[in-house]
Ligand binder design. Sequence first.
Ligand SMILES: NC(=O)c1ccc[n+]([C@@H]2O[C@H](COP(=O)([O-])OP(=O)(O)OC[C@H]3O[C@@H](n4cnc5c(N)ncnc54)[C@H](O)[C@@H]3O)[C@@H](O)[C@H]2O)c1
Length: 358
Amino acid sequence: MNTIRLGYVGAGYLAQRVHLPNLANLEGVELAALAEVRPKLGELVRARFGIPKLYADHKALAADATLDGVCLSGHFAGQGEIARELLEAGKHVFMEKPMAVSVAQAERILAAEKKSGKRLMVGYMKRYDAGNLAVKWYLDHYRQNGELGGLTYVRQHGFCGDWIAGLDTPFIQTDEKMPPAPGLTLKPGWMPDAFYDRYVGYLQQYTHNVNLVRWFLDAGEKVTVRHVDLDQEKGMAGVSILEVAGVQCVLESGWVDHHAWDEHTQLYFHKGWVRTQAPPLLMRNACASVEVYRKGEGHVTSETFPAGGWTWSYKEEMKHFAECLRTGSPFRSPGSDALHDVRTLEEIYRQYIAAQAA
Ligand SMILES: NC(=O)c1ccc[n+]([C@@H]2O[C@H](COP(=O)([O-])OP(=O)(O)OC[C@H]3O[C@@H](n4cnc5c(N)ncnc54)[C@H](O)[C@@H]3O)[C@@H](O)[C@H]2O)c1
């Protein structure tokens, strides 16, 4: 197996608790360099993971010609600009979601990808969850053989809860100031400033849910936002009705004070369903549950524990990134596809804001 040499940009929360431990443990991957603008933090994290090189920022790391690719988790809006500059510098990039906070920003990033000939993968880890892969297999199977009739309806329910699930991987913090955030400079041009915080709150969370349903249904760009009804104060709790690849999909968003993670997707056929319940995101080596109901002579409800189920979606996505760099095969969650999430989320908010003004 060829060893893939990776650099990492941003030594913050997700890096320390999830991505760096996973990468440090991945066969065939060498974690060769770290970039962090807070120098004390950078040095402490570099030393903890035994990473040979520390760079002062992503631009310095991008000049390292020995790297095969770069992984990145930064500020939700700033990381898109970093990804663009890494692509422009000739690096393959894995970046955390969201890819962008506006369609315009997403298109700039994708233009950089096209120009450079390098590739962008977005961290939609749910597409790498062994349970979700089994759900996708069942969906494809029943859609092809017609045994359960047509697909009629999708319910995506995301009420959040405890996403950390007691993960106790050490998290180093220093007294250094966070770098300045991009503020309002990258927000969609049409959006009134007063709605931006609500928008990114919704975007950060529900970009995952929209992305997952689009993948389950092989929808690509085929998403229409039919109706949006979110609460006035936070623009978070409520219902968005979408049409995804011709199927009605209700996205229920909100928050419940819950000891675990309250998220499920149920995909209905005329004569059955496939249902999955997500694990708390940071629960290591646990996958989404898989339930299939088939109306027939026996009215069977079955649960499946998939092969490879004792795995962590975040580690699987990194394995996939390295493997795609090694083989040249396409990413399961490429930037070009993530554009449709940004477009959908922007449209949901366009309709929410219009409803507030009416
Ligand atoms: N996939 C998921 O389930 C999931 C979960 C949580 C967070 N996220 C995403 O992960 C991203 C990171 O979140 P976080 O909580 O780790 O953030 P964070 O603020 O803790 O970490 C970001 C780090 O990047 C550093 N940084 C900023 N600009 C830099 C630059 N130019 N060069 C080098 N370092 C730079 C900052 O100093 C900081 O240490 C967010 O965009 C968030 O949306 C994804």
